[in-house]
Design a protein around this ligand. Structure first.
Ligand code: 5AD
Ligand code: SF4
Length: 506
């Protein structure tokens, strides 16, 4: 493990001498220490009247009721992994005496960044400009940056130089250290930068603040070994590391005991789960064991790499009563020539044959995908192959992306970058095709009764709730808040293209 650490002149050992060396005890200790520091500040602010000005009556009352002494806000970009990391970060902050707010006007604002495409980075810089203006008005405010973008040395350098108001920077490998970094920042007054280049450490059993009480993501592995030639993920998330099955199962059992009905097993490439463990286990075997856990009614997973999707997994999905009828299977391109340059390690024909095997075993499954348009060297003929795959597979939905040049990846130095206008035109044609097919496919369950997990009150229609079918399609129907978190039968009476209107069957 390499640790890149800012060289500051202060002597840390005196501040940290009581801290336990072991995790997670060490981080729980720092949560308590940060809470003490924040409480002292809060009490000063209460006495001076600043607290009332800062938080307003309503928020201040909420803080007092929950025992919080500061507020935080996390802006999360990117994938499900980041969303899950943000739940862990929130959990640590709550433990450290913070309460969540929904705007950036908070005592601590943290940006959990993504760097998969360039516009994700640009968004972060836009927000930094805004938060700087807030910090000028409230200098005690803390600003943090973490996530994939921070694993890139040039970005960290740029922030160090041009965004001096940032207080802490850390990467994807040490999110568990948030409280320690905050303590460090609060006691030294220095910008705290702690980005690890990699790790073999997986710290378990820290608090997490789950967004929904009835469903939860569960990390089963971290990192990626695939090195698709356009993708920065293997460089910023490191090599593949699987969690021990017993740790995963224990976490899911605990979630089930807390009322969670649906789990989403998370990894960049779940199909290669378990291969590097000292006692290897396949992803299909893991699924079968999750299936046995009482209380869990739905199992989802993300993301599957087509090259590793085994017949054993298709069988496990077919035989399962809990695995949802939805599979996200990124194709990226329909052209074998481009797939090879992308280092995807399957051909157009192999992908289509895999889809056939899946559909033969599970005819009603919904398939979704990711597609990149404008990869270097993509010709009109290659693009036609992508359209051909879209027409043959008939996806329920597809995330379509314009190729973004990520420096450090092999594709960034490939010749024949496709002109912007050509890419834009292809992108528009692809989107039209995808949307038209999705609109047709998504109505396939019209006039049937489906099990729906109710997720929230409908924010647009009074007296309605919104839930998801097993295949991930949204359904709106008349219902009350007390249904949230339960699975109910809903008759699908009208298809609106990408969602249904229905009514409850009792
Ligand atoms: N440009 C465009 N899209 C990309 N993705 C990953 N890297 C890039 C890139 N450089 C897309 C892929 C991946 C999804 C998460 O993001 O389609 O599946
Ligand atoms: Fe990136 Fe490919 Fe790994 Fe997915 S499988 S994270 S696209 S390198």
């Amino acid at each position: 493990m390499t640790i890149k650490k800012d060289q500051f002149t202060y002597e840390k050992s005196s501040l940290f001498q009581d801290a336990p060396a072991r995790e997670p005890e060490r981080q729980l200790y720092f949560c308590a220490r940060v809470k003490d520091l924040m409480r002292a500040r809060f009490e000063e602010n209460l006495a001076s009247g600043e607290a009332l000005r800062r938080y307003g009556e309503v928020q201040l009352k909420q803080m007092e009721e929950s025992g919080a002494c500061a507020t935080f806000h996390i802006e999360t970009y990117g994938c499900q992994m980041n969303a899950k990391d943000s739940e862990k970060l929130s959990g640590l902050l709550i433990q450290a005496g913070f309460m969540e707010t929904d705007t950036e006007e908070a005592d601590f604002v943290l940006y959990n960044t993504c760097t998969v495409r360039e516009n994700a980075n640009l968004k972060v810089y836009g927000h930094l400009g805004y938060v700087h203006s807030l910090k000028k008005k409230r200098p005690s405010m803390l600003v943090g940056l973490c996530g994939c973008m921070m694993q890139e040395a040039e970005e960290v350098e740029k922030i160090r130089k041009s965004y001096r108001f940032v207080d802490i920077i850390f990467g994807t490998h040490n999110i568990f250290k948030l409280a320690e970094l905050l303590f460090d920042r609060l006691t030294t007054g220095q910008m705290e930068v702690d980005v690890w280049e990699g790790t073999s450490e997986i710290v378990e059993d820290l608090p997490a603040d789950r967004k929904y009480p009835f469903k939860s993501g569960v990390n089963i592995m971290f990192g990626c070994n695939n090195f698709c030639s356009y993708c920065i993920v293997p460089y910023v998330r490191g090599r593949e590391r699987s969690r021990e099955p017993e740790d995963i199962l224990a976490e899911i059992r605990r979630l089930a005991s807390e009322g969670v009905k649906e789990v989403m097993l998370l990894g960049q490439n779940v199909n290669s789960y378990g291969k590097t463990l000292s006692t290897p286990i396949s992803f299909a075997q893991l699924l079968r064991r999750v299936e046995e856990i009482d209380g869990i009614e739905r199992i989802r997973f993300m993301t599957s790499h087509p090259k590793d999707l085994s017949d054993e997994l298709i069988r496990a999905m077919k035989e399962s009563k809990k695995v949802c009828t939805h599979l996200h299977l990124p194709v990226q391109s329909g052209s074998t020539r481009i797939l090879e340059k992308m280092n995807r390690r399957y051909t157009k024909e192999q992908y289509l044959a895999l889809v056939d095997r899946i559909r033969t075993a599970i005819p009603h499954i919904s398939l979704t995908t990711d597609i990149i348009v404008g990869f270097p060297g993509e010709t009109e003929e290659d693009f036609q192959d992508t359209l051909d795959v879209v027409r043959r597979v008939r996806y329920d939905s597809a995330f379509t992306f314009i190729y973004s040049k990520r420096s450090g990846t092999p594709a960034a130095s490939m010749e024949d970058q496709v002109p912007e206008a050509v890419v834009k035109d292809r992108f528009d044609r692809l989107l039209k095709e995808v949307q038209q097919i999705a609109g047709e496919v998504c109505r396939r369950d019209l006039h049937t009764v489906q099990a729906v997990l109710v997720e929230e009150k409908n924010s647009h229609m009074e007296g309605f709730v919104t839930g998801r079918m097993s295949n991930n399609t949204l359904v709106h129907f008349p219902g009350t808040e007390d249904l949230i978190g339960s699975i109910v039968n809903v008759y699908l009476e009208e298809s609106k293209g990408f969602y249904y209107m229905g009514h409850r069957e009792v």
